[in-house]
Design a protein around this ligand. Structure first.
Ligand code: ADP
Ligand code: ASP
Ligand code: MG
Length: 424
């Protein structure tokens, strides 16, 4: 008998009919002779709706209360799913994150799982029950408070359960057929990948491909969990996220230079204008930004070309952290000695990812050529060993993604199918 962990995202359980459809899928897996543990997300756009409600009652939200509020979303879907399964004549029990032993650090809104103690889940499995766990939430032992894992965090719940219970596979069911060469909502000609290395998936997830939560990919890599991303709307095989180091002896996978293209519209850019080009300035700037709690992504600074001896430093960070970083920098204006600050939240980041980039030549040339041909202006550039990212104006980033996808020969013959969801 196998133990299978299945995760169903919000668009797969958006209404009563969808919940019944998912319940049937779970029961079918059980009927095939498997033990089943399910992690479930909140229904449809519930989490966004709850966030809108919170914003409507308070301009600044207390993180502890926000987590209490958001964790309610997954409580609803887990109980409804258990009810639906039970009405089909199968035993099912739902558990909150804390009941399931999902122990996290104390960081509200972005908690990390530090331990999983699934005692009650094992008991339920021993009793022959199907186990349903609320995704996205955990519990901190010191504060004794409920935490949430960050947007998209139900994927990480599923992976952590799979690791703790030593599941045979972790299936991530969503509203598209698997991991594609790009977001099918942006690039219609995106192609489904049969497999992708966890290293490339990590870079794509970190570059805005929200099909998997980045921490889920990290956790799966660390614990040797095989992920299977697939559609809850069709029976088709999806995408296997695998670790090449764990491939059976002699088995190799042919690689194309570029595996995927990702778009991220969630960041903003801060430019610190007119700082002295002397040692210690960058340290001062980024210590100030770090203290504001912001997570810096790309950084660009050039040596001063002007006789003034002044230069500019630009960096990107999540829009949600922009105001706090700006205020922190403003308070330090005298110490850092900059002239002014500029804030631009109309930017988009475009990334191309591929492990074969390590040994291929001319990848950046082709990338920039494609952007030039599409008339797109580049504001910033960064690279990693297997990724090149550029910042463009927000309005042109989707066109840029389509142009680059075509230039690298990734376009499929037919349009990709998106089965449900608002893409919110
Ligand atoms: P769920 O609610 O199931 O967790 P998400 O909305 O979090 O679903 O993730 C699925 C969505 O991710 C897809 O609908 C698609 O728009 C988006 N996406 C972004 N990049 C990719 C990609 N490379 N492959 C597939 N989907 C992607
Ligand atoms: N419901 C949470 C969110 O919308 C977690 C998830 O769906 O994975 O971010
Ligand atoms: Mg998701």
């Amino acid at each position: 008998m196998s133990l299978i962990v299945q995760k169903f995202g919000g668009s797969s359980v958006a209404d009563a009919e969808s919940i019944k459809r998912v319940a049937k899928r779970i029961v079918d897996t059980r009927k095939a002779g498997n033990d089943v543990v399910v992690a479930v997300s909140a229904m449809g756009d519930t989490t966004d709706d709850l966030l809108d409600l919170a914003a409507a009652v308070a301009p600044i939200q207390a993180p502890r209360e926000l987590d209490m509020l958001l964790s309610a979303g997954e409580r609803i879907s887990m109980a409804l799913l258990a009810l639906a399964i039970k009405s089909m004549g199968y035993e099912a029990r739902s558990y909150t994150g804390s009941q399931a032993g999902m122990i996290t650090d104390a960081v509200h809104g972005a908690a990390r799982i530090v331990d999983v103690t699934p005692v009650r889940l094992r008991e339920a499995l021993d009793d022959g029950a199907i186990v349903i766990v609320a995704g996205f939430q955990g519990f901190n032992r010191d504060t004794r408070d409920i935490t949430t894992l960050g947007r998209g965090g139900s994927d990480t719940t599923a992976v952590a359960l799979a690791a703790a219970l030593q599941a045979d596979v972790c299936e991530i069911y969503t509203d598209v057929d698997g991991v594609f060469t790009s977001d099918p909502r942006v690039v219609a000609k995106a192609r489904k990948l049969d497999r992708i290395t966890s290293e490339e998936m990590l870079e794509l997830a970190g570059s805005g491909a929200k099909v998997l939560h980045i921490r889920a990919v990290e956790y799966a890599r660390r614990h040797g969990v095989t992920l299977h991303v697939r559609s809850s709307f069709t029976p088709d095989e999806g995408t296997i996220v695998y670790d090449p180091a764990r491939l059976p002896e002699g088995e190799t996978v042919e690689e194309s230079v570029i595996t995927g293209v990702a778009v991220d519209l969630s960041e903003a850019k801060i430019t610190i204008v007119g700082v002295p080009d002397v040692p210690g300035v960058a340290a001062n700037v980024f210590t100030t930004v770090a203290k504001s709690g912001a997570n810096v992504d790309m950084i660009v600074q050039n040596v001063s070309a002007a006789a003034t001896g002044l230069t500019d430093i630009s960096f990107t960070l999540p829009k949600s952290e922009g105001q706090a970083a700006l205020s922190a920098l403003q308070r330090e204006q005298e110490a850092i000695r900059f002239q002014s600050l500029q804030y631009d939240d109309q930017i988009g980041k475009l990334s191309v990812v591929g492990a074969a980039m390590r040994s291929a030549t001319g990848v950046s040339a082709k990338f920039f050529e494609a952007l030039f041909a599409a008339g797109i202006n580049i504001e910033m550039i960064t690279t990693s060993e297997i990724r090149i990212s550029v910042v463009t104006h927000a309005d042109s980033v989707n066109d840029a993604a389509r142009a680059v996808h075509a230039a690298f020969g990734l376009d499929g013959d037919t349009d990709a199918v998106v089965h449900a969801g608002t893409g919110r």
